[in-house]
Design a protein around this ligand. Structure first.
Ligand code: AMP
Length: 273
C-alpha cells in the first residue's frame, strides 16, 4: 500500500492509474463501518484510495476537534490488510491555505437537523469533500448511510456542480446488539453504552410500527421519544428520501433520523424504510 501526504504528488501518481478508482474519505479511527465502505469499493473498483483527514472546517468553535480520536498506526494496518491501494494522509496545511475559496451548504437542507445543531458544519464537509474529489478524481466514492444528511448533501453537490463522480451509499454497520458503529463510541462509559442502545431500539420500534402499517408520523415520533427517555434528544425526524418533512410516511421513501446526547457524546443514527 502506497502512502502519500502531498496532494500534488497524489494527483500526479493517480494520473498513471487507468483503472476505475474508488475513493473512501474518512476521518480515521477506523472501524468495521469504514471497512465495509472499503470492501464495497474493492468489489467495484480495481484501485482503491482511502483518505484520513480530520477536517477542521467541519468542527464548530467549542466542538471536539482536538480530542477527535486518532489511531494512525492502527489505521494504516487496517487499510493495508483490507487491500487499500493508496492511503492519502494529508496535514491541514496540505489541504487549506490562509484565504480560502469555500463551498456553502444549501440554505434549507444544509441548515436542518445536524445543520441546525451545528450551523456551518456542512459548509466544511462540502468544501473538504470537493477538495478531496478534485485531488483524487475518483470514478466512484463511497459514503455511509449512517450520515444520511451528509450523504444527501454530497449527492446534491455532485449533481448541482455537474461533477462526474458516482456516489455509492453503503448500509450502516452495527454491533450485534444494534449500536451503530461510530468513532465516537469510544467516549461512552459502560453505562452510557447501555443507554445508547435506546437509539437503535427506538428506530427498530419505528420500523415495527411501519410494518404494522401505523404510518402517522406523530405517533411514530411519540413512541420513539418514549423509548429514548431520559436521553437528551437533539432531534427525532421523519423525512422522505429528498429530506422533506412528511406527515404520513411512504414505505420505500422514508428516512427516520435520531440525534441524541449520551453523557456528553452526541450520537447519530437512522433507518431507511
Ligand atoms: P467518518 O470517519 O466518521 O467521517 O466516516 C467516514 C465514512 O464512514 C462516512 O461516509 C460515514 O458515513 C461512514 N461510516 C461511519 N460509520 C459507519 C457505520 N457504522 N456504517 C457504515 N458507514 C459508516
Amino acid at each position: 500500500m502506497k502512502i502519500i501526504s502531498d496532494a500534488f504528488e497524489l494527483k500526479a501518481y493517480l494520473k498513471t492509474i487507468t483503472k476505475r478508482v474508488g475513493f473512501v474519505p474518512t476521518m480515521g479511527a477506523l472501524h468495521d463501518g469504514h471497512l465495509s465502505l472499503i470492501k464495497a469499493a474493492k468489489k467495484e473498483c480495481k484501485f482503491v484510495v482511502v483518505s484520513i483527514f480530520v477536517n477542521p472546517t467541519q468542527f464548530l468553535a467549542g466542538e471536539d476537534l482536538a480530542k477527535y480520536p486518532s489511531r494512525d498506526e492502527a489505521d494504516k494496518k487496517i487499510c493495508s490488510l483490507a487491500g487499500v491501494d493508496l492511503l492519502f494522509l494529508p496535514q491541514v496545511k496540505d489541504i487549506y491555505g490562509s484565504d480560502e475559496v469555500s463551498l456553502m451548504a444549501p440554505n434549507v437542507r444544509g441548515y436542518v437537523l445536524e445543520g441546525a445543531t451545528r450551523p456551518g458544519h456542512f459548509n466544511g464537509v462540502l468544501t473538504v469533500v470537493n477538495k478531496l474529489f478534485n485531488i483524487v478524481s475518483p470514478d466512484y466514492a463511497y459514503f455511509g448511510k449512517k450520515d444520511a444528511q451528509q450523504l444527501n448533501l454530497i449527492t446534491l453537490m455532485v449533481k448541482q456542480l455537474f461533477m462526474s463522480v458516482k456516489i455509492v451509499p453503503v448500509d450502516t454497520v452495527r454491533e450485534s446488539d444494534g449500536l451503530a458503529l461510530s468513532s465516537r463510541n469510544i467516549y461512552l462509559s459502560v453505562q452510557e453504552r447501555k443507554e445508547a442502545l435506546k437509539i437503535s431500539r427506538a428506530l427498530y420500534e419505528a420500523s415495527r410500527m411501519v410494518n404494522r402499517k401505523e404510518l402517522a408520523v406523530d405517533d411514530i415520533k411519540e413512541a420513539m421519544s418514549k423509548i429514548l427517555e431520559p436521553l437528551e434528544i437533539g432531534y427525532v425526524e421523519v423525512l422522505n428520501r429528498d429530506f422533506e418533512i412528511v406527515q404520513e410516511l411512504e414505505i420505500g421513501n422514508t428516512l427516520i433520523l435520531v440525534e441524541a446526547l449520551v453523557g456528553t457524546t452526541r450520537l447519530l443514527d437512522n433507518i431507511w424504510l
